[in-house]
Each structure stands twice: as C-alpha cells, then as structure tokens.
Design a protein around this ligand. Structure first.
Ligand code: LMR
Length: 410
C-alpha cells in the first residue's frame, strides 16, 4: 500500500494581532535623569534627580554594617532555598520595635509580608484594598511620589487628589488638607508620608498628626502610611512618631516600609508591608489575602537585602554601627540643607524641611535651562534631591536658580 506524502500548504500568518495596539509610553521622568546625567561630559555637573543619599564625594556608599553583614552571609548562609511567600518572618519581626516602638507591633494583630522594596509594599497594600473594598477611594495629597497614583490606579482604586503643599511659599496646606479629607467616606484610604515627605520635605508636625489621626478615627478612614526614610529626617524614633500617633488611634491601618534608604540597600529592593487589623480573626484573613496577592505578583520576595538587615539587627555591634552611620547621614542631610538655605534668602525654608527632597516651583523652561546652561539636573516637577549636592556647591546652585528665575535676585 502506498502512503500519501503529506501536503505542505504554505502557512498564512495573520497580521500581528497584539503589539501594534500599544501606544508608546513616556520614559519615567525621574529615572531618565540618571541616564541623561551619565551622558553629560561636563565634570562639574550636578545630579539632584533620583532619591539616593550621597556623601560629600558624591558617592552612595554601602553602609559599614551592610558590608560586614554581607561578608558574614557569604561565609555562613547555609542555603539559597526558597523562604516562602511572606519572606523571612524574623526580618519583619526584627523591624517591629524600630517601626512601632517597644510597646506595639504585636505580630498576631499586625501581619507582615517581606516585599520587593517599599514600592512592592505599596502595590501589595493596594491589591489588598482593591480586594477588601473595591469602592474605596485613595486620598492623595499632591505633589506626591510620582508612582503613588499609578500604583493604585493599576489595581483599579480610584484616586482623589487634594493640594498638600504650596510650592511658591514652601508651606504645607494643612487646613485645605483637612477640608479635603473631611469629604472622604468611611472605608476610604488616606495615603500619608511617614516622614521626609517625597517630594517636598514638608512633614506634618505632632499636632497635625494628631488632628489627621482623630479625623481618620472619627470618620472611619484607613491610613496607608508610606515610611521609606525612617532615620533620615531627625532620627529613628522621631521619624516614626507621627506614624505611631495615628497607629494608636485607628483600628485598621497599612504601613509600607522600605529599608532601601535607611540601610542603603536600594538595588536589593528590601521592604515590608504591615497591616493592622482590629482583631486576630481579621488579621488572619488579612494575612491569607496578602499571601495570595504576593504569590500572584512575585511568588516570593527577593531576600539578600532582608538577610542583610536581619544579620545587622541580630547583632548588637552591627546594629549600633548601623545606627551611628545612619545618624551621621541624617546630620549630613541637615548640613547640606543649611548650606542651601544660607546661600540665598528665598531658599531659607529648605533648612526646616526633612529628608532628601525639596520641591521648588519651576517651569519646564527653567528645568531645561538649569540642565543646559549649568549642568544641574532636577526632576521636571522641580523636585531636588538635595543630597546630590556637595556643600561647597550650594552657592553655585543658588546662583543658577537665581539666573534662570526660579528664585528672585537679592
Ligand atoms: C525617588 O523618589 O527618587 C526614589 O524613591 C526612587 C524611585 O523609585 O522613584
């Protein structure tokens, strides 16, 4: 019997059905500054873009305790096997007293998940909110970290913005903030920067934290605190005080925590989400929902940064060295801020702000002129990472800001 040879018909390929539907997206304006600054051949260029701490030589150092902990890990770490969906509970537990203070932080009531940086914690919290209460709105003071809004919108949470700061006066708009938040409904979420407000450096004072906490407690609003710079404002205790005030007054709260800045672990993406539930049963529900979302999003978190933090916090000498270096970093931030503030009178408010950032009122043309004429790179929004500046360059920055018209001539 003869077997028929297979017929080879030419394959007709359909027109590309997928990617032609994509529209080009703009590059991230903050991260673009890194590339543009790197390509600039001028030796005296100044990068005030992305939020990293820099020393007086312009370096972002690996902290001493981190280096030491890494050496120990290389020698001792017995396995790189998976940790599990929530990461290493010892890591999240060791951070509890630092964040919550000795008397709070009960792991039963406040489940935690190790996350890829503070951004991962925000995203995981946003997922939890979208699952628990899809109608919840997120109240966001502007300006804020440019990624806040898209993170919540990506999971379908509606974002309501209100004006948080007057950039011309370099002042908080506290009364308008309270007016806006009084419009929020029970179950809505209020995003708050725990300290070192990104991008303005304008933090709530104690009385203002109390007032926001009372409003949240009275109206059933759920605070979502983003604490990404603890220790870089005043010190570890003072920088957590506002968060603790609000924590004590409300039954439910989310906290996105980052070790990327205060341990200098940026690229290791080291963070955690803590969620306060009103009772143990609801806390278990929260924990199981968080585990599902984390599993779907990244399965299991990266661990090197968290392992380093754990090593440091398990060792009294490493912990005290980390605290000392962090405190030196905070001192340097104050010194740079003072230098900028003394370089020109209109920049005086910068000395009263906290953390890495200040946000000037600028036009696009002024940002372009700073870059082209003076080699000074700031975000298009006018945000400056003041730690990109060497103290000796403060007068140069003030002169450039004056000559492009950001601040008036003296
Ligand atoms: C920043 O605000 O510059 C940092 O938090 C880095 C980032 O991811 O935007």
């Amino acid at each position: 019997m003869e077997i028929a040879a297979p017929q080879h018909r030419p394959l007709t390929v359909r027109k590309a059905p997928m990617f032609e539907l994509l529209k080009p997206m703009p590059a991230d304006p903050l991260l673009q500054i890194i590339t543009a600054h790197r390509a600039d051949p001028r030796e005296d260029k100044i990068d005030l873009g992305v939020g990293v701490y820099r020393d007086e030589a312009g370096h972002t150092p690996v902290m001493r305790a981190v280096k030491a902990a890494e050496k120990i890990l290389v020698g001792e770490q017995p396995s790189k096997g998976y940790l599990g969906i929530v990461g290493d509970p010892i890591f999240t537990d060791l951070l509890r007293p630092i964040i919550f203070g000795a008397e709070r932080g009960d792991a039963e009531l406040i489940p935690a998940v190790q996350t890829p940086g503070g951004g991962g914690a925000l995203r995981l919290g946003a997922e939890l909110i979208a699952t628990a209460r899809p109608s919840a709105k997120l109240w966001l003071g502007t300006p804020s970290w440019p990624n806040h809004r898209p993170i919540f919108e990506a999971v379908g949470v509606e974002v309501r913005e209100y004006a948080f700061a007057d950039l011309h006066k370099q002042e908080l708009l506290f009364d308008p903030m309270m007016d806006a938040l009084s419009e929020a409904s029970a179950g809505d979420v209020v995003l708050l920067h725990g300290c070192c407000h990104n991008p303005t450096g304008l933090d709530l004072d104690h009385a203002q934290w109390e007032a926001v906490a009372d409003l949240c407690a009275r109206n059933g609003l759920v605070p979502f605190v983003d604490l990404a710079y603890q220790g870089l404002g005043e010190n570890l205790e003072a920088d957590a005080a506002g968060f603790r005030t609000i924590f004590d007054k409300v039954p439910e709260l989310l906290l996105a925590y980052s070790c990327d800045k205060n341990f200098g672990l940026y690229r290791e993406r080291t963070g955690a989400l803590y969620v306060k539930a009103p009772n143990n049963e609801l806390a278990r529900n929260v924990a199981s929902n968080l585990a599902v979302h984390a599993r779907v999003s990244w399965s299991m978190p990266p661990d090197h940064g968290a392992a380093v933090v754990r090593k440091i916090l398990e060792d009294a000498d490493l912990t005290s060295d980390w605290r000392a270096e962090l405190s030196d970093m905070a001192q340097r931030i104050h010194a740079v801020r003072s230098a900028i503030a003394s370089a020109a009178e209109p920049l005086a408010p910068i000395a009263r702000q906290h953390g890495l950032f200040s946000n000037l009122a600028v036009s696009t043309a002024q940002v372009d002129a700073l870059r082209k004429e003076y080699g000074i790179y700031i975000a298009p929004s006018g945000r400056m990472n003041v730690m990109g500046l060497r103290i000796e360059d403060a007068p140069r920055l003030a002169d450039a800001l004056t000559s492009v018209g950001v601040i008036p001539k003296q």
